[in-house]
Design a protein around this ligand. Structure first.
Ligand code: HEC
Length: 148
């Protein structure tokens, strides 16, 4: 009798652990989508701020904002775990069919942001505008391939 109820208790505990694992996976997925979208929104705001700062020759702001973009680009692929293509997201399934291609576009984005930083440090406005345009091109290249 005792053996049986221990068995039952065990399987009940197993069930609780198992179902809490499922629900935390679902929550984690929703979180990761919300987090990456927030970071992309910050990217758009950073691009805007850089554009405005360049008009006033404010290279410090250019550098700070470009650093935010580079930092996000470096970790971006971690925010696209497998199966995070469903829910409130515009991420295309192509990301997981060609994850190397996706990662190389994130890396190109990071490199372009780092180039923008080094160019801004020279204080050359037109070269910095060129670097900003090149950075914008790396956003678009990924969106054209991997975002709805
Ligand atoms: C390597 C790929 C990649 C790069 C590089 C990239 N993005 Fe995105 N971006 C995405 C994907 C994928 C989504 C869709 C995310 C989702 O809906 O889950 C997205 C979404 C967005 C969104 C919409 C966010 C929202 O609230 O739904 C904005 C704005 C954005 N990106 C701006 C940028 C800017 C600006 C850059 C460059 C500085 C950039 N992105 C670089 C892949 C990329």
């Amino acid at each position: 009798m005792l053996g049986r109820s221990i068995l039952r208790l065990r399987s009940a505990i197993g069930l609780v652990i198992f179902s809490s694992m499922i629900s935390s996976a679902v929550v984690a997925q929703a979180d990761v989508i919300a987090e990456r979208k927030a970071n992309f929104k910050a990217n758009a705001a950073a691009m805007k701020a850089i554009n405005a700062a360049l008009g006033g020759g404010d290279f410090d702001t250019v550098i700070t904002q470009a650093t935010t973009i580079a930092d996000w680009a470096r970790v971006m692929p971690d925010y696209f775990p497998e199966n995070s293509d469903s829910g409130d997201t515009k991420a295309r399934a192509d990301i997981w069919m060609d994850f190397d291609g996706f990662k190389s576009r994130a890396s190109a984005n990071e490199q372009a942001a780092l180039t923008l930083i080094s160019t801004a440090k020279t204080g050359d406005v037109s070269a910095t505008i060129g670097a900003l345009k090149a950075l914008g091109g790396t956003c678009k290249s990924c969106h054209d391939n991997f975002k709805d």
